[in-house]
Design a binder for this molecule. Sequence first.
Ligand SMILES: Cc1cc2nc3c(=O)[nH]c(=O)nc-3n(C[C@H](O)[C@H](O)[C@H](O)COP(=O)(O)OP(=O)(O)OC[C@H]3O[C@@H](n4cnc5c(N)ncnc54)[C@H](O)[C@@H]3O)c2cc1C
Length: 488
Amino acid sequence: MIKDYQQQKALRDSYDVCIIGAGPAGIILGLRLAAAGWSVLLAEGGGREYSANSQALYACASTGLELYAGEARLRYLGGTSNHWAGRCRPFSPSDFAVPPIGGLPGWPIPYSEIAGYLPAAMEIVDLPPGADFHALNAGLDGGDFEPDRFLLSPPTRFAQKYATALEQTPGLDVFINCNCVNLEFDQASGHLAAVVLSDYACNRQRLVARNFVLATGAIENARQLLNSESLLAAGIVSKGGLVGGCFMEHLNIDLGTFILRSGLAPEPREYYTSDAFVDEYKAGKGNVRAALLADVQTYGRTAEVKHFLENLACDMGVASKIAFVARFSCPGDGVISTMIEQFPNLHSRISLLDEKDALGVAKVNVNWALSADDRHTVKCIGSELAKQWADMNLGFIKLNDFVYDTSIPLRLSPHAHHMGTTRMASSAQYGVVDTNCRVFGTENLYVAGSSIFATGGASNPTMPLLQFALRLADHLDARMNAAREAVA
Ligand SMILES: Cc1cc2nc3c(=O)[nH]c(=O)nc-3n(C[C@H](O)[C@H](O)[C@H](O)COP(=O)(O)OP(=O)(O)OC[C@H]3O[C@@H](n4cnc5c(N)ncnc54)[C@H](O)[C@@H]3O)c2cc1C
């Protein structure tokens, strides 16, 4: 049943599981656990549709690379799946087997732990049963770049697809406009005793459950933990520690331009770094997309002037000489974009500000920061790609100077793939959650979503985070069954 917490606050006295956040992770987890017979509260901060007062609670400051974190995420039922693009690429065994460069450990579990959940995750995002992740094109000789393999979800809008199930699944209470504003930790028992929920008029209420799951996205999961004074007092969370640290994105970098050899088909070409590349260059993974521009791009208020220069330059064949006056590409030129792995580093982080939002929760600052190791990955991918294109007589790639000269600031944009802020590890020394996604030092507080990613590879995060959510549902089900049997 979906109820509006702004209007009615008829919560049960206690739930088996309380899940905060009804995006892809929270919705799937809630449905699975309720279907297994448990009483579940799914508390969603936003309403059924976009609203300015909910979205305003995502406003945050930025001291690092520009992330657009206030706008890219959507804060209402279905979460950011309300405008995700649907690109799905599974993790591979090497994502879990090869530790990241930079000193922090990688995943503490093998890929086989989530591999079995792939078919169910594919079904959730409406990929055909048994579909193979197919390649669009051939790879590049030399072993550094394979053809990339991915599938496109329609894309699935979780609030629409699961509307009936959210309304009708017995045992599941979905409350919208129901914001988590505090986590109350009981140090003596090691249990999270309650969460504090609030409507938009700041009416607050404690909610008790046996288990709690944060599923509010990678920035908010860290924010909720950092905002809890009782978790801070107990030393479960510390300012400047691992909670909020290791914020990772996938890097979308304008590597440069290319001219395709005449006679070659003009379709986009998509490559993916091979495991041999990662091993040889001690670099991260990456997708590279080379596509021809259909039209000359226009740029804001000076578009007319730039159009004139573009036409002139393209006609005269001197585009590169005046490109610094008006950055543009001629029709027929190719552009190269990427989705490149960022390694976990503690300087890239979410931290709490003194300023509070309208519900009294501390706002956050995002300091999205790359390391020298990330610049190395970008440089290796760009230069090896250019060499192999030339070797294979595919055409010529002109790399932007910031690709190979690491003293020049990178030109890049984010993919809105937020990861790593409550990373999984084998001990609290290196991570926030254990191998079952439980927060170290607590008995009953779990995290779902890509904030648990120890590394992010260059795979789109949503399908893998669903695999982890399904695995967490199984773990909680088994744990609660064991506890019930122990009592009986
Ligand atoms: C433009 C765009 C395109 C994308 N394309 C792709 C793609 O092609 N492939 C891919 O894999 N990924 C893509 N993504 C990323 C994808 O959207 C996310 O990985 C996914 O939505 C994360 O799911 P989630 O459930 O963890 O978090 P979210 O979807 O962010 O959901 C979190 C939920 O928690 C709620 N919430 C937040 N705070 C509170 C609170 N205090 N109390 C109660 N509820 C709260 C929110 O309202 C929201 O409903 C894209 C993202 C964007 C922005």
